[in-house]
Design a protein around this ligand. Structure first.
Ligand code: ADP
Ligand code: MG
Length: 147
C-alpha cells in the first residue's frame, strides 16, 4: 500500500552485530529516517533500488524491524546492496526506493538457516527487480543527478 517508498539518509554505524561475519553487510539509516516510515508499514524484508552518493543505482534488499537489543523500542532499517564496493561508505547519502515486499520477519533456530533464508531473499529480489514494472523505477527522477 505504501509502495513504492522513497527515502534517503546518511549511513550510520550499526550495532556491530556481525553482519560482516554473516557475509551480509547492511547499511543502517539514522533513526530520523526510520521514524519517518509510515507507522503501519509491515516489518520484514523488502527489495528495491539503492544508490550511494551520486554513484550507480543497484539492486538491494532492506529489512525493516525491531531491534531486540533495544527492548523493542527502536525500529531499524538496514539495506544490503547487491554490489561489491571498494570500501565502506559510512557518512555517505544512501538513497533507496522500496518497490516490493518479500516476507515477514521470523525467528530461525540456527545462524545457517538465517543466512540461507537471506541468500534466498537476495536471489528472489534479483529476479523480481528484472520485471519491467520494477526496472522503470531504477530510472526514476528520484535517482537523477546532475553530471
Ligand atoms: P554496521 O553494524 O555498522 O551496519 P555492517 O557489518 O552491517 O556494519 O556493515 C555495513 C557497512 O558496510 C555499511 O555501512 C557500508 O559502509 C559498508 N558496505 C560495504 N558494502 C556494502 C553493501 N554491498 N551493502 C551494504 N553495506 C555495505
Ligand atoms: Mg549493518
Amino acid at each position: 500500500r505504501h509502495l513504492p517508498y522513497f527515502c534517503w539518509g546518511q549511513v550510520v554505524r550499526g550495532f556491530g552485530r556481525g553482519s560482516k561475519q554473516l557475509g551480509i553487510l547492511t547499511a543502517n539509516f539514522p533513526k530520523q529516517v526510520v521514524g519517518n516510515l509510515p507507522a503501519d508499514v509491515s516489518t520484514g524484508f523488502y527489495y528495491g533500488w539503492a544508490r550511494v552518493g551520486s554513484g550507480d543505482v543497484h539492486k538491494m534488499v532492506v529489512s525493516i524491524g525491531w531491534n531486540p537489543y533495544y527492548k523493542n523500542t527502536k525500529k531499524s532499517m538496514e539495506t544490503h546492496i547487491m554490489h561489491t564496493f571498494k570500501e565502506d561508505f559510512y557518512g555517505e547519502i544512501l538513497s533507496v526506493v522500496i518497490v516490493g515486499y518479500l516476507r515477514p520477519e521470523k525467528n530461525f533456530d540456527s545462524l545457517e538457516s538465517l543466512i540461507s533464508a537471506i541468500r534466498g531473499d537476495i536471489e528472489e529480489a534479483k529476479k523480481r527487480l528484472d520485471l519491467p514494472e520494477h526496472l522503470k523505477l531504477k530510472e526514476d527522477n528520484f535517482f537523477w543527478v546532475p553530471k
